[in-house]
Design a protein around this ligand. Structure first.
Ligand code: PMP
Ligand code: GLN
Length: 390
């Protein structure tokens, strides 16, 4: 019968995260591939989830999300950014940020519409744009500084541009877009009358005192911006899959229309628990950033002492390094061999590119791990370096 998969999804195969986590499980390698923390989030949040299960909140939650979570998201946007939202009409709870991205792109794009995004891009962007029958137009962020190239960004826009899919802080590069860069994206979006769908799942993971600039806070942008985030990153609960999207009423209603038929609802007892987490004190938010900044320093230092050139990330929990000194020629092939070479798993940055030459030997490592796990990974990479040199 041949491959039954629709042609627009061919080439997407199995995600690199699933492949690399399976490889880590098979080989016992230290998994710095898929980004998930190896410690739990706030105890108050965990207790609230257990209480919700014990309290019988185990049936379908309301379509848009449980009221206390809608209110908590609106309160969070106000508290951190001064963005005012009506929780009933301008917030929607989704199955992680992944569903919010998919539902937003499917809701806004007609087949043939163009979506501007930066590459490397988070893998679901390309797949989701393809699912919608839309066309991606990219501008490349280049190692090691990943600065926005204005000329190529301008060239990515056209009269077919329907939306910009932005991600700041940015996975996989760890880049926090500067205000100036975000303003440029916004200016182009306005010029082309395009929507901005902004994936801000790492909003609380900006380091060195750097400011995360939400697109919706740029003057004139709130009316054309859908903002996405997730409890997975901020509260170290990637398995709960509680995300949300906020923005103007009509756009949120459009996303809700699509979302209803993707999953309808999910995560019943986790939703009130995330509402509790969102209301926790500033120390919880700043403590997470502080702890991850220290882990970043540990891994960056370790990778450098293992002889790798590193792009020091200003945000997220990922660091990109050039693995050429370890013998990498093709990052995907290299990452498939890294468990046997060094007992470590990383993710090839090339798979997040339309132009893999932009990242031939680049590997992304996650540092949302216990310090002893990071130290062990670094020790292993350093001995593999000695092996490659010898
Ligand atoms: N966007 C980015 C940039 C991510 O890194 C991730 C994954 N961690 C997601 C979206 C998906 O988030 P979720 O797990 O909440 O679906
Ligand atoms: N966002 C996580 C990462 O970039 C993985 C999420 C997933 O497995 N889809 O590593």
């Amino acid at each position: 019968m041949g491959n039954p998969l629709v042609s627009r999804m061919q080439g997407f195969g199995t995600t690199i995260f699933a492949e690399m986590s399976a490889l880590a499980a098979e080989t016992g390698a230290v998994n710095l591939g898929q980004g998930f923390p190896d410690t739990d989030g706030p105890p108050e949040m965990l207790a609230a989830a257990t209480a919700a299960i014990d309290g019988g909140r185990n049936q379908y939650p309301p379509g848009p999300g449980v009221p206390e979570l809608l209110e908590a998201v609106a309160a969070h946007q106000w508290r951190f950014y001064g963005v005012e939202l009506d929780p009933r009409s301008q917030v929607l709870v989704t199955v992680g940020a992944t569903e919010a991205i998919a539902a937003a792109v499917l809701a806004l794009c007609e087949p043939g519409d163009e979506v501007v995004t930066f590459e490397p891009y988070y893998d679901s962007y390309a797949a989701t744009i393809a699912l919608a029958g839309a066309v991606r137009r990219t501008s490349v962020l280049r190692f090691p500084d990943f600065a926005v190239d204005e000329e190529s960004l301008r060239a990515a826009f056209s009269d077919k541009t329907r939306l910009v899919l932005l991600n700041t802080p940015h996975n996989p590069t760890g880049k926090v877009f500067t205000r100036r860069e975000i303003e440029l994206v916004c200016e182009l979006a306005r010029q082309h009358d395009a929507w901005v769908v902004t994936d801000e799942v790492y909003e609380h993971l900006a380091f060195d005192g750097l400011e995360h600039v939400p697109v919706a806070t740029i003057p004139g942008m709130a009316e054309r911006t859908l903002t996405i985030s997730s409890a997975g990153k901020t509260f170290s609960a990637t398995g709960w899959k509680v995300g949300w999207v906020s923005g103007p009423d009509e756009a949120v209603a459009a996303v809700r229309t699509v979302k209803q038929f993707l999953t309808y609802v999910a995560s019943g007892p986790f939703q009130p628990a995330v509402a509790v987490a969102l209301g926790l004190g500033d120390d919880v938010y700043s403590g997470l950033a502080r702890s991850l900044q220290a882990k970043r320093d540990l891994l960056v230092e370790g990778l450098r002492s293992a002889g790798l050139e590193v792009a020091v990330p200003s945000g997220t929990y990922f660091v990109v390094a050039d693995a050429a000194p370890l013998g990498a020629v093709d990052a995907l092939d290299f990452c498939r061999r890294l468990p046997s070479l060094a007992g470590v798993v990383g993710v090839p940055v090339s798979v997040f590119h339309d132009d893999p030459d932009a990242a031939r030997t680049l590997v992304r490592f996650a540092f949302c791990k216990r310090d002893d796990v990071l130290a062990e990974a670094v020790r292993r990479l350093a001995s593999a370096r000695l092996g490659a040199a010898g």
